[in-house]
Write a new protein. Structure first.
Length: 294
């Protein structure tokens, strides 16, 4: 049985840990409110912009000439992986890493065997984990969450679009967590490039619409296509940020509850050990008294 001093030290240690986890839960809750407001405001705009792009570009000859719509034989693949910069958020990062590896093994195994699969990491945890597994990782934007803004996400999207347009990659996918609620995050594996127009079955169900372009079709599509892709990446980053704070809040809440249960058990052990020590001392005193009496 552990000594009283050892049990007392463990109680102090667990109590300090519980205070830290409780504080981290409160910080995550405050960040979650801001992140949730941001993504709820972004979603309608991003969805409508994406619908507009697909609808307009599907019937446009000018859009067909865009290098961002070029469909090539898939030889070189880039996977954009959005994780967090810090840990202590449960299985948030682990699930993304597993989904990324599963995507590569199931869809791009042939390209991976040739060394033609690269990772564009947004978030330090994903970069570190995938580097350890031997993947080629671009770590230029691993600190994006430390200064999260549309400008920084835009720069990352522009780099991806430039590499795709120059033929460095033939296919770009993005893996991220979509925020549903505090306890639930949904992993998404979405195609990013090339832009795929609406299929014929979908188009046939819709009424044909003649658009009047102002100032002109080429200029509008040249602006709309890159902007839509930038917004799509920024939305994925905002979704991941809100999901991270929700996951961390849940993880710290569970850690606080577990610390409380551990403190309860340790206090019980402490009281039992203390009672045993007192009983032993009483028996020694009584035994000594009886010995003197005899």
């Amino acid at each position: 049985m552990a000594s009283l001093k050892e049990v007392r030290n463990r109680i102090v240690s667990v109590n300090s840990t519980q205070q830290i986890t409780k504080a981290m839960k409160m910080v995550a809750a405050a960040k979650l409110r801001r992140a949730q407001d941001s993504i709820l405001q972004m979603r309608p705009y991003a969805q409508k912009l994406g619908e507009m792009l697909l609808t307009v570009s599907s019937g446009s000859e000018s859009a067909a000439d865009s290098p961002l719509k070029a469909v090539r034989a898939v030889e070189k693949v880039l996977i954009v992986v959005v994780t967090s910069d810090r840990g202590l958020c449960g299985a948030f990062n682990t699930n993304i890493i597993k989904a990324t590896i599963q995507l590569i093994e199931s869809k791009y195994a042939a390209q991976a065997a040739k060394g033609n699969v690269e990772i564009f990491a947004i978030g330090k945890k994903g970069a570190e984990s995938l580097i350890r597994r031997g993947f080629t990782v671009n770590t230029a934007y691993t600190d994006l969450f430390g200064r999260l803004s549309f400008v920084n996400a835009k720069n990352a999207a522009e780099e991806i679009m430039r590499d795709f347009s120059e033929g460095r990659y033939d296919k770009v996918d993005i893996v991220y967590n979509e925020f549903k609620n505090v306890a639930t995050q949904i992993i998404h594996t979405d195609p990013y490039l090339p832009i795929v127009a609406e299929n014929q079955s979908t188009k046939s169900k819709k009424t044909e619409v003649n658009y009047i372009f102002e100032p002109d079709e080429d200029e509008i599509l040249a602006e709309l296509i890159p902007k839509s892709l930038k917004i799509q990446l920024y939305r994925a980053v905002l979704e991941s940020n809100a999901s991270e704070q929700g996951a961390r809040m849940t993880a710290m809440d569970k850690a606080t509850e577990n610390a409380q249960e551990l403190l309860k058990d340790l206090r019980l052990v402490y009281n039992r050990t203390r009672q045993a020590a007192i009983t032993k001392e009483i028996l020694e005193i009584v035994g000594g008294a009886e010995a003197l009496k005899n």
